[in-house]
Design a protein around this ligand. Sequence first.
Ligand SMILES: *Cc1c(COP(=O)(O)O)cnc(C)c1O
Length: 434
Amino acid sequence: MKYYSTNGQAPLATLEKAVVKGLAEDRGLYMPQTIKPLPREFFEQCDRMTFQEVACAVADSFFGEDVDADALHRIVCDTLSFDCPVVRVTDRTYSLELFHGPTLAFKDVGARFMARLLQYFIKDLKDSKEVNVLVATSGDTGSAVANGFLGVEGIRVYVLYPKGKVSPIQECQFTTLGRNITAIEVDGVFDDCQALVKSAFMDAELNARMRLTSANSINVARFLPQAFYYFWAYAQMKRLGLEQQLVCCVPSGNFGNICAALFGHRMGLPIKRFIAANNANDVFFQFLQTAQYCPRPSVQTLANAMDVGDPSNFARIWDLYGKSHEAVTALISGATYKDEDIARIMQECYRDTGYTLDPHGACGYQALKEGLREGETGFFCETAHPAKFKEKVDAILSADIAIPERLQAFMKGEKQSVPMSKQFADFKQYLMSR
Ligand SMILES: *Cc1c(COP(=O)(O)O)cnc(C)c1O
């Protein structure tokens, strides 16, 4: 399978190149040239399959041409050693809990899969240069990537995060690991971290010296495996006899997760329509209303993993639907919620159903609840465990929610990080000296 760039100015790439490079030369995002549908029998039988079996079928369709079948099977099984249940919240509203991975984030699947696929390709690279993964994080991505890549030979990970701006639990999840993971504490905000990473990718001297790649959802190996979730959700809804007129709602920031769901749809996944839920950073919602895509600087909200002012995967969605606003809006609708809405939604849901939403999931729950039409059943993605945002959630719900053991374990380690200014010259000098 060949991959093309959404900007159309770069040569076609192999899967290996797309994964090792991350971004195309013209700064576009890689797209597979063909998206293979799954056979009808798959959809008939999927409710009797395990999560791993479902995921293997999906992975084979994406990557089967380019990765040896046994290796791909091992990569998938190594990635999915946990469950992600569909939980009933109201009669027609179900929560797809994507937070049962090692760091309790849905990004665990993409991060782990990418780590293993990168490792598979590295052994074929002609020189023995290490691959250096740079990742800027406002919290969740850093922990998922650090844990996904922990101990993977031949790969070194640098997690750049803004000093004092990530939650204490999140900070522990990537600063206490050691081994091939280095945490860099930047004296600045998230945008400064992102700017340092982008400058590093564009710096010729640095790139001649070391092999650099990104583990953000621009990487095909990071975002595509998230499609596993949606086939699995369908299978579980079918098991419950609720697969007719199914609506899928995804709280979205960089739009990697919903983009994977849309790839699933293109592969024949029988979901009727999609809802993208935004917080106050609602560039995509505005695009749906006006047909104008106008990126703007992000603002900080309660659902901080969705604080994105220029969602990178918009380019993929735009490309997938032939740059037609009409085609996009025929399948996808949107919703947007301010912080005060999010708090109220969390309170109402807790009061009326007993279900504890995190601020991200709250946007998804409400968008689905308001958007469902006669005869439809829907599921929304609950993208983070509420305990990851314990201080906020406790305050909003006047509760004291329990911290799962897995999260507590991270908090016992010793914090190690490299202090860094927000000047690129300092960051470059640091990388060059490694
Ligand atoms: C990353 C993240 C999102 C947004 O996902 P995208 O793929 O960037 O749209 C939503 N919720 C949580 C908790 C996240 O960590």
